[in-house]
Design a protein around this ligand. Sequence first.
Ligand code: MG
Length: 168
Amino acid sequence: MNPNPPMRIGCGYDLHRLEPGHPLIIAGVKIEHDRGCVAHSDGDVVYHAVTDALLGAIGQGDIGAIFPDDDPKWKDADSSVFLREAALRVHGTMHGVGNLDVTVVLERPKLRPYIDQMRQKLADILGVDVSAVSVKAKTNEGVDAVGRGEAIACHAVVTTYAEVSPGP
Ligand code: MG
């Protein structure tokens, strides 16, 4: 078995309850809305799902194992901290981030006006070109808690590739 395969794939998923009186931050972008995420950290569902996808690609567990949600240190934490740590760990395996594909499931508001800003924020943190980052948004067609506007969910898939070490 190749101890450092040329490519790896990781997937991540996250969901947060939405309630009035909380900020709504999605992929680092603060969005005006009548409710936001109930969470220990800032509740950024995209950063959490992408963090898990990166950790999954390199087989290093999940966000909760590294940043426990019962640790006061991470109370109201800016979730970019989690994402940066996951990206560092990817590089620690001699891999770089290839591309990222994200789907946010949210009944409202419409995210289209924010999508490019979200892509840029993710690209900046991961150190990749924005063309390597896709963010898509869809509703849950009124079905279940997400469809009733009581929750937001996110799916993320990333690839990583083995970095060629410089020659002698
Ligand atoms: Mg989360």
